[in-house]
Each structure stands twice: as C-alpha cells, then as structure tokens.
Write a protein that binds this ligand. Sequence first.
Ligand SMILES: Nc1ncnc2c1ncn2[C@@H]1O[C@H](COP(=O)(O)O)[C@@H](OP(=O)(O)O)[C@H]1O
Ligand SMILES: [Mg+2]
Length: 317
Amino acid sequence: MTVESAADDHAVAAELAAEAGRLLLDVRDEVGFADGRALKDTGDLRAHEYLMAALAERCPGDAVLSEEGRAAVAGKRAVPGGAGGHHPTGQERTGDVDRAPTRNTADAERLAADRVWIIDPLDGTREFSEEGRRDWAVHVALWRRDPSGGGRLAAGAVALPAQGLTLRTDATGGALLVRTAPEGQGPREAPLHVPAPDAGRLRIAVSRSRPPEFVRQMAEKIDPDVELVPIGSAGAKISAVLLGEVDAYVHAGGQYEWDSAAPAAVALAAGAHASRIDGSALEYNRKDPRLPDILVCHPASALTLLTGIQDVHGALP
Ligand SMILES: Nc1ncnc2c1ncn2[C@@H]1O[C@H](COP(=O)(O)O)[C@@H](OP(=O)(O)O)[C@H]1O
Ligand SMILES: [Mg+2]
C-alpha cells in the first residue's frame, strides 16, 4: 500500500459519507415527516444502495459490512409484507423501500479480507425521521489487516448532513473538520483536535432512547454536578465530544461495529480516548459484529471515567 493510495482511502471515506448525507437530505424533502416508518426505510435503503455501489466502483475487491446489508435485514425486506413491505397508513410508498438491499460480503470472505469497509448508511435513524433534528449521521470506515495478521481502523468519516459538517481522518494520521461551504465556494477544512474538558460541570452524552442505567450513578459518584445530555446517533454523540459540546460519551447494553467504527476512527485520529467501558481496545471486523459498549472522551478524563464506570458497573448484576 503506497502513501498515495492510503491518502485516497481517507478521501473516499469523506466523499462517500458526505454524498450519502446529501442524498439523505433529499430523501427528507422528498418523503416528508408524516410517515416516519417510510422515511426511515427509504433513508436507510437509499444511503445503503448508494454506498454499496460507490464502494464497488471506487474500491472493487474490498469487502463491505453494512448495517443494512446483513442477511437478516436484506432477507426481511425482500419478503413482500415484511418490515420493508408493511405500510401502516396504507398509502403508496416511494418505490425503493420494497427492494431487497444489496447484501454484504459473505462472512468467510470478509474475515479473510485485507480491507473491509464498515458502514452505517444512516445512524440515528429515529432522529432522521423527526423534523428539525440534526443528530443523525452517515458512517464510513475502513478496517485494514496489519502485517502481523491483526487489524485496525485505517480511515473514517462521519457526515452530519443536517449540521453541514463532516468529521474525517486524513493521511497525516490526524483528523479534519469539514464545513459545507456556501454555494459556489469550496468546503472549508480545519484540523480537528478533541478539546480538553474545562473546569465546569461534566457533560456526558447518552442515548435518547436507551441511556445505560449505570451512567447517572457513575456520573454522580465522580461529579455531583454532572449533566447527562441525550443525543441521538452514536456518530453524532462522538462528534459532539470532538466538537467540545459534551465531555464524554458512554454507552453500554448493545451496539454493533457499524455504530462506532467510523466515529471511533475519527476520535482516535483527533487525539481522543476511545475504548470499551472496561478500558480494552475496540476491535473491528470480527465474526460477530456486536460491540455493545464504548467510552469516548479526552484522554485527561479517561482514567476518572473508567474508574467511575468500574465502581458502579462492576457492582451491577
Ligand atoms: N441496546 C442497543 N442494542 C442495539 N443497538 C443499539 C442499542 N443502543 C443503541 N443502539 C444503536 O446505536 C445507534 C445509536 O443509538 P442511540 O441513538 O440510541 O444512541 C443506533 O443505530 P441506528 O440508528 O443505526 O439503528 C442504535 O440502533
Ligand atoms: Mg447505527
């Protein structure tokens, strides 16, 4: 792998995430918010199909693991009257939601591959379907095998289309914040470094719908003045840490590799701490894509948070 082609991987991740984000903004305009299920399904499928086709064209031969390309999802949508076919209001749907999604690379091939794109075409699907919400994202990450046989996240981009932002890795090993520019101007880029927490109250981002039980107990133990900030989408929460809008993101109880791969790649490149809640490394391209918990924060906060999590989480049944 040359330096040039490595640089291309970062650019491909960023371009594809941003373009899928533009398509999703169009889907919101086109489908509207009256039927949330139709909007979610159309968004999931439109972004997935775009990314699968773009990766096949730009990176032929690479394996892909997408939330929407799992056999379970693809199979369900392929069945008339399944999750993709059912329509609660009985109205006509936009055509593409009843089409079966393009399937992921078969597991055996993916597990033997040197390069695997791990993508979440629409993270924060629920928030995407709620008018005015900006906390949803497109995740595009590349996992590469090391010469040692192990592997690591090599590139990643998180598009926040409703915020006009893309957070991405770059070829120097760092991260960039890209702002959508006004019509006729190029996008504006700046280096992205996770900001150090200030002395004020600690702000911890949590899921809007599934905040882990123990986080409040943990937070109160380490700082009685803590603020839990509910935000949708793992990508939007990790971006909020990198943009200094919150100090940490803690999640447990369930998630998959595609929910965290791209935002973790950007977070690590931006100098953040990103690990499992027991402090061990996040590992990707495993046979079982479940990756149920994560902590992202400034490195200066990591020991306090990991110890706090250990104190309360270790004691839970
Ligand atoms: N307990 C759980 N089990 C499975 N997935 C979970 C989960 N908690 C969160 N997630 C997934 O993590 C992403 C962020 O969740 P949240 O917004 O609640 O923080 C969502 O991805 P999708 O929107 O791609 O489905 C959601 O489905
Ligand atoms: Mg997701």
